[in-house]
Design a protein around this ligand. Structure first.
Ligand code: NAP
Length: 401
């Protein structure tokens, strides 16, 4: 998915032969993964352009390293630099326990208004999977990233704020909420929902995908999740009407004009569908919380979080990231699987218009895994695999570029 295809920033990221890309190496296994991934990226750029293009990596601080060096978990300079460059790649960050920030990742998404979390889920042949036919999974999740109960508007049980909200709801809105309850607020707007669905539609059309499914829980949460469904259909009808067809308009399931089919599914049923009939689904557009669950559940279907790439994208900035956490017990041991970060980098190079780097990287990754050269997490599930360290996996991949 290239920058143009994503209809993103007007900044010219593509122009110069030398491109500055900021990175945050991350905590825990982050530094091991970054060291492995960056040598793959540099080798793939060299292979693709023979020295005529080069990346200058610029380190930005966040997480434990930032706290050690600056006393801040997320220095302002890091956010400014990401805005300035319009792009960045990051490893996992520890969520400071008891710190002022709810989560560094959520803070980055909110500060930079990265409203679309994009998670492509596709099986790489040879990767162990709990599915009988993992090759049938080829689904891209577009998850809304800024609203929903996930936005963190909530008050502790029996706090003055919770008591005040409960009093208002009970006395003026006819509710009967227990006074000792904690309170969270679920906010979903046409603005937030429509821009996410618009982005998913643009991407699906550009890539010739077959369908886009609005996934929601609107049967129960009628005005929030139901609103997401309604607003999603409105964007499709009003802005893409000549290029889409609605599921109920299909005659005996046939789509003669090859248009993008728009459908919707209730979230709980959708979790069954992706297990039982994944081949019927293509691009999913979802609100924040259910999108979070769905992204990880789908990743498990194709081999787990260590394999799943991701991006958080707004209109001005895009941040690509490994989708797993810091796996602290493996920190510094050079054993973790760098695939998620490497594939996130491939997405980033596509976004920047350096498609050749992405194509070469993915092909080499597939070759490496097909030959059974894998890190511990896959090796323990595969017969006859050659288990290698994180850095050795990167070297094997580079040899196969
Ligand atoms: P986690 O770090 O994702 O690790 C859980 C388990 O997943 C690991 O013990 C390991 O399983 C496996 N795993 C994860 N990444 C792997 C990789 N690259 N290679 C091989 N195996 C991998 O989840 P967590 O322990 O719940 O979270 C730890 C910290 O990360 C927390 O502070 C959390 O807040 C943070 N976090 C950050 C992000 C982010 O930055 N985007 C996302 C999620 C969590 P085995 O032990 O079975 O080998």
């Amino acid at each position: 998915m290239s920058q143009g295809e994503m209809e993103s920033t007007g900044k010219d990221l593509k122009g110069p032969e030398e491109l500055v890309i900021p990175f945050i190496e991350g905590d825990g296994i982050g530094p091991d993964l970054w060291r492995a991934a960056v040598k793959v990226f540099d080798a793939a750029v060299r292979k693709a352009y023979g020295g005529s293009r080069r990346v200058l990596w610029r380190e930005l601080l966040a997480g434990e390293k930032a706290y050690r060096e600056t006393g801040q978990w997320l220095p302002e300079e890091t956010l400014t630099a990401l805005k300035e460059h319009g792009v960045g790649i990051k490893g996992p960050l520890t969520t400071p326990v008891g710190g002022g920030l709810r989560s560094l990742n959520v803070a980055i998404r909110q500060e930079l208004d990265l409203y679309a979390c994009i998670r492509p889920v596709k099986h790489i042949p040879g990767v162990p999977s709990p599915m009988r036919h993992p090759e049938r999974v080829d689904i891209v999740v577009f998850r809304e990233n800024t609203e929903d109960v996930y936005a963190g508007i909530e008050w502790r049980a029996q706090s003055p704020e919770a008591l005040r909200v409960i009093d208002f709801l009970n006395s003026q809105m006819g509710q009967r909420i227990r006074p000792d309850a904690a309170i969270g607020v679920k906010v979903m707007s046409p603005y937030g929902s429509k821009r996410l669905v618009r982005r998913a539609l643009q991407w699906a059309l550009k890539h010739g995908r077959r369908s886009l499914t609005l996934v929601h829980k609107g049967n129960i949460m009628k005005f929030t999740e139901g609103g997401f469904r309604q607003w999603g259909y409105e964007v499709a009808r009003e802005e893409f009407g000549d290029r889409v067809i609605f599921e109920e308009e299909l005659i005996e399931g046939a789509n003669p004009e090859g248009k993008l089919v728009i459908k919707d599914r209730i979230a709980d049923a959708m979790f069954q569908q992706v297990l039982l009939r994944p081949e019927e689904y293509d691009v999913l557009a979802m609100p924040n919380l259910n999108g979070d669950y769905m992204s990880d559940a789908l990743a498990a279907q194709v081999g787990g979080l260590g394999m799943a790439p991701g991006a958080n994208i707004g209109d001005e900035v895009a941040v690509f990231e490994a989708t797993h956490g810091t796996a602290p017990k493996y920190a510094g041991k050079d054993v973790a699987n760098p695939t998620s970060l490497i594939l996130s980098g491939a997405m980033m190079f596509e976004y920047l218009g350096w498609d050749e780097v992405a194509t070469l990287t993915r092909a080499a990754l597939q070759r490496t895994i097909r030959e059974g050269i894998v890190t511990y997490d896959l090796a323990r599930q595969m017969e006859g695999a050659r288990e290698v360290r994180c850095s050795e996996f990167a070297d094997a991949l580079i040899e196969r570029l």
